[in-house]
Write a protein that binds this ligand. Structure first.
Ligand code: ISJ
Length: 377
C-alpha cells in the first residue's frame, strides 16, 4: 500500500475512535499497522495471544492487546529523506518558575534515591518525571511521521485505544526478541550527549550502572537459555544521545519456560527500574510524583509468524519449499515516549541513579532525553 493511503487509513480509523497501532522497527523502511475492528478493550491473559501487546511498567496492571485475528493488517514503506538523524533544537524557553519547580522536585527525588542507596536499600534505582508540553500540532499522525523521519534507528510507534489513550515514541531499547528458539536481548544504560563522535570516554558511574543491567539479565536467563553469547559493550547513538549497549543472545531451552514467566523474570530490568528489582520498584511506586502508566513498560509484536526467505541462488530457489516460518515475538521498552491528552503532550523521562549520582547532572540528563520528543512537537 502506498504511504499516503496507509496514513489516510490510520487517520480515518483514529477519527472513528477505533484502536490501532502503527510502527516501524529499527533500521527498516517497512511500516506496519494493525487496525482493530471494534473498540473492545482486549487484555492479555497469559501471553499466548497473537497480536500487538502494550504493557505498563507495573506488572500488577493490565496489558492491552490489539488482536491479530480481529484487526486488519496494513503494510507500507517509508523512505527517510536524509540519512542523518537531525539534532534536536534547543529547548524552547518555558516560564522560569515552572521549570525551576520541576528541577527542584526532581533533584530532591534523586537525592532521596542516593540516600536510600547509601542506606543499603538497593544498589541502583531509575527515577523519572513527566513534563507537560502544550501542543501547537495535535494530529498524532503528523507527529508519527516526524518521529519516523528523525529516528531511523529507533522503534517508532503510534498506539491508540479510545479506552486507554494515545501514545507515541521512538525507543532505542529492545526488551527481547524471540524467533523460533532464538533469543536475544540488550543491556542498554548510561547516557551522555552526542557531540559529533562515538569515540567517547565513559565515567565509572555509567559503566557500573550498565554492568548492573548486563549482570541482571545474565543471572535471570541462565536457567532458560543455552549457548549464551555476550557482545563487547559498545557506544550507540540514539537521537541526540549516546548510550552503552551490550547484546546478549542464545537459544531457548526446549519447553523450559513459558513466555509470560520469561518476560516477567526480566521486566522491568535495571535499565528502567533498579537492582534489586523489587526494592527499587517499591521505591519508585512510593516516591515518584506521578504514575508511569505505560512509560518504561514494553510493547511490540507478540507470537506473530515471520517467514525467513532462503537466500537467493539457484539451489535455494529450487528449494523454496524450505522457507521457514517461525513464531516471533519482538518487544521494545517504552522509552522516549509521550502521551497526548487534549492539547498537551505528556513527556516521560528518567535516568539510572547509583551511589555516585550527581543530582544536578541527573536533572540535566532528563532534560536532554526530553529533547528527543520535544524536537518533533
Ligand atoms: C529511563 C530512560 O532511559 C534508560 C536509562 C538510561 C540511563 O540511565 O542512562 C539509558 C537508557 C535507558 O535504559 C529514559 O529514557 O527515560
Amino acid at each position: 500500500m502506498i504511504f499516503i493511503d496507509f496514513l489516510e487509513r490510520i487517520d480515518s480509523h483514529y477519527n472513528a475512535g477505533l484502536p490501532f497501532v502503527a510502527y516501524r522497527k529499527p533500521n527498516e523502511n517497512k511500516l506496519n499497522a494493525l487496525l482493530q475492528n471494534s473498540d473492545n478493550l482486549e487484555v492479555i491473559k497469559d501471553f499466548t495471544e497473537k497480536g500487538f501487546v502494550f504493557s505498563p511498567f507495573d506488572d500488577s496492571e493490565t496489558s492491552v492487546l490489539i488482536p491479530l485475528s480481529r484487526s486488519e493488517k496494513l503494510e507500507s514503506t517509508f523512505e527517510i529523506l536524509e540519512t542523518s538523524e537531525t539534532l534536536p533544537k534547543k529547548e524552547k524557553l518555558r516560564t522560569r518558575s515552572a521549570a525551576d519547580e520541576e528541577k527542584e522536585t526532581h533533584i530532591e527525588l534523586v537525592k532521596s534515591g542516593v540516600e536510600a542507596i547509601e542506606n543499603n536499600q538497593f544498589k541502583k534505582v531509575v527515577l523519572s518525571r513527566s513534563e507537560h508540553v502544550p501542543l501547537t500540532e495535535n494530529n498524532p499522525i503528523s507527529i508519527f511521521q516526524k518521529l519516523l523521519q528523525h529516528y531511523a534507528s529507533a522503534f517508532v510507534y503510534c498506539w491508540y485505544h479510545p479506552k486507554v489513550g494515545l501514545w507515541l515514541g521512538a525507543t532505542p531499547e529492545t526488551l527481547v526478541k524471540i524467533e523460533g528458539n532464538r533469543f536475544s536481548i540488550m543491556a542498554l544504560a548510561g547516557t551522555q550527549n552526542y557531540k559529533g563522535s562515538l569515540a567517547v570516554k565513559w565515567q565509572e558511574k555509567e559503566l557500573q550502572e550498565q554492568q548492573y543491567v548486563t549482570d541482571f539479565i545474565l543471572d535471570n536467563i541462565k536457567d532458560t537459555i543455552d549457548n549464551i553469547n555476550v557482545s563487547e559493550t559498545e557506544t550507540v547513538k540514539a537521537g541526540n544521545l549516546l548510550h552503552l549497549k551490550t547484546k546478549i543472545w542464545g537459544v531457548l531451552k526446549p519447553n523450559a519456560i513459558l513466555l509470560k514467566d520469561l518476560l516477567y523474570s526480566l521486566h522491568p530490568t535495571p535499565a528502567v527500574c533498579g537492582l534489586p528489582k523489587l526494592a527499587a520498584k517499591d521505591f519508585i511506586l512510593k516516591n515518584e510524583h506521578y504514575k508511569r502508566g505505560f512509560y518504561t513498560g514494553f510493547l511490540g509484536e507478540l507470537n506473530l509468524e515471520t517467514t525467513a526467505a532462503p537466500r537467493s541462488g539457484r539451489r535455494n530457489i529450487e528449494n523454496r519449499a524450505y522457507a521457514i516460518t517461525r513464531k516471533s515475538t519482538q518487544l521494545y521498552v517504552n522509552l522516549r515516549c509521550m502521551q497526548l491528552k487534549g492539547n498537551n503532550a505528556i513527556i516521560y523521562v528518567g535516568g539510572g541513579i547509583t551511589e555516585s549520582s550527581n543530582p544536578e547532572s541527573e536533572w540535566e540528563e532528563t532534560v536532554s532525553k526530553s529533547l528527543v520528543i520535544k524536537s518533533v512537537l
